[in-house]
Design a binder for this molecule. Structure first.
Ligand SMILES: Cc1cc2nc3c(=O)[nH]c(=O)nc-3n(C[C@H](O)[C@H](O)[C@H](O)COP(=O)(O)O)c2cc1C
Length: 175
């Protein structure tokens, strides 16, 4: 049994939901899981954990600054343990952009950091226009229009492939 930390950065909660699902899969595989938000626990000590998974969503093309800071502060200890990173974004709803080596945000992110996660994943996120402030709603609708996605302002669309999440959970269990 391994002690596995899943730490996440979320704005609207979807990355947390993915982490909760990962947590259930990993627990079913017999491990002990701790879930934490990077905003609540920016200084969490990684020493007690055997493996670490970091997940973060994209907003306007970027992961949050907290994610970069967290990686900078913890890179050495991360490197000593089995570790994984995953990104959540809606571009990943496109089959040709849903892999670590085909998703433009993950590719760019990996060039910006010196940490090289041992395992990687990209998951398609969620759109819920009514949750967003007017400016964000209009911007995301515009991006969706340009990329042939749903633009109806009442849209709630979860693009996440949960089987892909489950498979990543099993991978993390065995890494
Ligand atoms: C204000 C805003 C900006 C976003 N920008 C992007 C973007 O640039 N590219 C993208 O693929 N998805 C973008 N998204 C989609 C999010 O990545 C998606 O909604 C994800 O599920 C959010 O996860 P979270 O709830 O964990 O923050 C954006 C969403 C919002 C609300």
């Amino acid at each position: 049994m391994a002690r596995i930390l899943i730490i996440y950065s979320t704005t609207d909660g979807h990355t947390r939901k993915i982490c909760q699902r990962l947590g259930r899969v990993i627990e079913q595989e017999g491990h002990r899981v701790t879930l934490m938000s990077i905003d609540d626990e920016p200084d969490v000590d990684l020493n007690p954990f055997d493996k670490v998974v970091l997940g973060a969503s994209i907003r306007y093309g970027k992961h949050s600054k907290q994610v970069y800071r967290y990686i900078e502060r913890n890179e050495q200890i991360l490197d000593r343990k089995p570790n994984a990173f995953f990104s959540v974004n809606v571009v990943a709803r496109k089959p040709e952009k849903n892999q670590p080596d085909t998703n433009p945000y993950l590719r760019k992110f990996l060039k910006q950091i010196s940490w090289q996660p041992k395992e990687l994943a990209v998951f398609a996120g969620k759109i819920d226009y009514q949750r967003y402030r007017l400016w964000d709603r209009q911007m995301i609708r515009l991006i969706m229009w340009m990329t042939k996605g749903p633009t109806d302002p009442g849209t709630v669309a979860e693009f996440t492939d949960w089987e892909q999440v489950d498979a990543f959970g099993r991978l993390v269990s065995n890494m």
